[in-house]
Every structure is written in C-alpha cells, then in structure tokens.
Write a protein that binds this ligand. Sequence first.
Ligand code: NAP
Length: 322
Amino acid sequence: MKAIRVRAFGPPEVMRLEEVPDPAPGPGQVLVRIRAAGVNPVETYIRSGAYARRPALPYTPGNDAAGIVETVGDGVRGVAAGDRVYTSETVTGAYAELALCDEARVHPLPGSVSYAQGAAVGVPGATAWRALFQRARAVPGETVLIHGASGGVGVAAVQIARAAGLRVFGTAGTAEGIALVLREGAHAVFDHRSAGYMEEAVAVAATGGRGFDVILEMLANVNLARDLKALAMGGRVVVIGSRGTVEIDPRDTMARDASVVGMSLFNMPDADRAVVHAALVAGLDNGTLRPVISRELPLSAAPESHVAVMSPGAKGKIVLVP
Ligand code: NAP
C-alpha cells in the first residue's frame, strides 16, 4: 500500500509518500481500507518532534480515518468485511491506503455520512462531546461560548451543543468562518480578531448579567484571563487547546466559584470513550452531527495539509484522500 512515512521529526516536508507492505490484522484487530483521513493539529505537533508523545521512527501519522472494513482478525465480532466505519485511533497510522485498528477504535459510519465527513469525527467529535458533557457537565438551557468555533472541534461542538438545547455562542476569525458557525447552529458569533469582542459577547449572551456557564477554549494562552471574567456563577472553562503560557487573576475564579478543567483525549478511559462514540454515531445517524469539510487533498499533499491546518481561516476539517 501507499502510506505517508516520517523518518525524522521536522517540518512538514519530512512526510513522504512511500510504498510499504500491507498490514495484516492480528487477534482483535480490524483492517480498514481508507477513503479519507482527517488532519488534526496534534499530528503537526507530533511530526515536529515538539510533542510529549513521540512515536518510534519511522511512523505513519494520523488518528482519524473513514473507509470500509477489508478483513478482520480472530475474535472480532462487532464488525465484518464490507462495513462502513470511522476510526478513533489506529495502530499503523491513518495517512495511508490501509490502517490496522483495535476493534474498540472502529465505529459504524451511517450510510448518509460521506467518508470525508467520517474522517472528521474521531478526534474532533469526541473532543467536543467529552469537553461539553464529561468535563464541563453542560446541561440543556445553559449558555456555552465556543472559542474557536470555525475549526474541526469547534464546528462539532456548535452542532452538538445546539442539538442538546444549550444557548450557543461562538468565535471565528474570518467572515467565512463566522458565516459557517452561524449556519451550523450558533445563536451568535463574534470575531476573535476584533478588539472588545469578549465584552460584546458577554453583553449579547447575558441574561441578567449572568455570563457563560461553559467556555470551550481552543487557544487558552490567548483567552483564559478574559474567559474567567466572562463566566457565570459556577461557570466552567475547558482547556482544549493552548500554545503557550498566560497570566490570570485567580480571584476571578473565587468571585464566581468557577472551575478551569483541562482535557486530553489521550487520557480518556475506555468506558468514557464507548459513551462518547455511541453518542456521536447517534448524532451522525439523526443528522445533528454533520461534519463540514473545508478541503480534500490527495495523500501526497500531506505536507500542504499540515501547513493549512495551522494557518488562520478555519472552515471545518481538512482531509486527505488516498
Ligand atoms: P483547527 O481546525 O485548526 O481550528 C483552530 C481554531 O482555533 C479555529 O476555529 C481558529 O479560528 C481558532 N482560533 C484562532 N485564533 C483564535 C483566538 N485568538 N481565539 C480563539 N480561537 C482562535 O483545530 P481543531 O482541530 O479545531 O483544534 C483546536 C485546538 O484544540 C488545537 O490547538 C488542537 O491542538 C486542540 N485539540 C485538543 C484536543 C485535546 O484532547 N485536548 C483534541 C483536539 C484538538 P480562525 O481560523 O477562524 O481564526
């Protein structure tokens, strides 16, 4: 099969398309023929060598894929050859024509959902669902601000929160991003590049000066200090993404009995993962979760995809098509 291989950590160009042997499923494993692979920011951090988790070299990047089950190993009962599936992690890497997965990391892809959309669920959908309901414990009727709503995680969070009966506010950095977030269900959207947008957001969202019950934060190093001032009593900020340090006033948490909680999908226990993916599959099936694809690129354009995913102007997901 063809697969992207990384032989040394470094810039996007270290990813090269190579011919490698087809993997074969062992006990409990599933071999998936990939029709689309999702590109996530974490894959750029890992490729650069700067991330805490560094795979043994050489390796094939990627967690999220969607495709068709080719074969299954001994003991696999939940899926069979020919099934449409998406993955929430792979053993051999998703930027490839085939990927080996543990059975628990393969989930049914409803017929109404494209493979490109299926490749946008594993990391972004699970992050959004876990942040909202397992970390922030959001409930219907609460008000949520999704900081960075135009990206892969953000669009999923907007759709999921809206379907669950929350009041949904988002931010994006371009006119197209703002239009997208509104189209996908936010009640109002603010431009995170304009001065004073947080004050405007709080004013629009405020019910008797309440502020936000939940904030999902994609860039905590830029926004956390202001987030804490925008929370309602008992409000929760979930730190999903951060690319540096930030100074906060801890008194802002005291004044509101507020919580700041972090999350990494790598820490998610298996039992929680089963809950999350059951909910995501239901959302795909009933149309409340509708991943938005901004660009489809060939597998050979993996370097370009890593530059694009780290550039401003997100409009949903970038996927690679083998
Ligand atoms: P993405 O598709 O590249 O989207 C990035 C988002 O950040 C865009 O909406 C972008 O908006 C927004 N952004 C840019 N500047 C911002 C600012 N000043 N304030 C608020 N938002 C801003 O990435 P993603 O897949 O959604 O992931 C988002 C972040 O979460 C990344 O840092 C990623 O590494 C992290 N993440 C963490 C986990 C975890 O387990 N903790 C899981 C998944 C992702 P514009 O482009 O419109 O400006």
